[in-house]
Design a protein around this ligand. Structure first.
Ligand code: MN
Length: 244
């Protein structure tokens, strides 16, 4: 799937996503990334740098470090290498409209002998990730007999990085900005310190705006606040996500 499909789906004067470069990347860095994409349906986009593009799979339930789960991964169009640095908001009315979080990034090693393109053609891609959240050996396996022909499974192999019961939603913070999905959706600035507890219930708003301090001191006579409701402690469920 060439970058023409990527370009055809997007109007680059309307979306902050990067256009394809004329020159393909010459980097041999084996970059990988995962983006958490709050589009019509929340999903994770898993991307591996192969042959100068980001080979991409949309994973509705996200990646997991639990070797006991096999999550569906829909093979989608190649993305340009520059997409690996993208975090922000795709405006309403555009393809994939919604907020995009750079959820993980790092490098990977292919496992085995065949080149990556041949492995993808065979429907059996094994690799070792060196990310900030994802580490260890994984496989992407094509299910030829299912669905539209683009359905693969993303599977964690048993190794020292495997974690039984690992929950992707407990790690819902950006490796680029430290922000939650909601903070990205609201175009709030990057956090000073990356937090590893973005999805945790103890996480509170760290804005310096008066409303945030008011919220922390909440309980008794809360001061009149001119701030929007979004400045309340970030304990919301994922019900407020925008439609794509
Ligand atoms: Mn997506």
């Amino acid at each position: 799937m060439p970058l023409e499909e990527y370009a055809a789906k997007r109007r680059f004067e309307k979306t902050p996503e990067p256009p394809p470069e004329q020159q393909r990347s010459k980097s041999a860095a084996n970059f990988f990334c995962v983006q958490r994409h709050d589009a019509t349906r929340l999903h994770y986009d898993f991307r591996l740098e192969i042959d100068g593009v980001l080979k991409s799979w949309a994973v509705p339930k996200g990646p997991s470090l639990d070797p006991g789960v096999k999550h569906l991964a829909a093979h989608v169009e190649d993305h340009p290498i520059e997409y690996g640095g993208f975090e922000g908001n795709i405006p309403a009315g555009n393809y994939g409209a919604g907020s995009v979080m750079l959820w993980d990034r790092g490098t990977f090693d292919l496992l085995g002998e065949l080149p990556a393109a041949a492995r993808i053609a065979k429907g059996d891609l094994k690799f070792r990730l060196h990310g900030e959240k994802l580490n260890g050996d994984f496989a992407l396996v094509h299910m030829r007999s299912r669905g539209k022909g683009n359905e693969w499974l993303l599977i964690k192999k048993r190794d020292p990085f495997a974690v039984e019961g690992w929950d992707v939603e407990e790690h819902a913070w950006s490796v680029l900005s430290g922000r939650t999905q909601e903070e990205i959706a609201q175009n709030l600035p990057a956090r000073k310190a990356k937090r590893k507890t973005a999805g945790a219930s103890d996480r509170v708003w760290e804005s310096s705006r008066p409303a945030a301090r008011g919220a922390k001191a909440a309980g008794a006579a809360a001061a009149p606040s001119a701030a929007p409701p979004s400045a309340a402690p970030a304990k919301k469920k994922r019900s407020s996500r925008s439609k794509g």
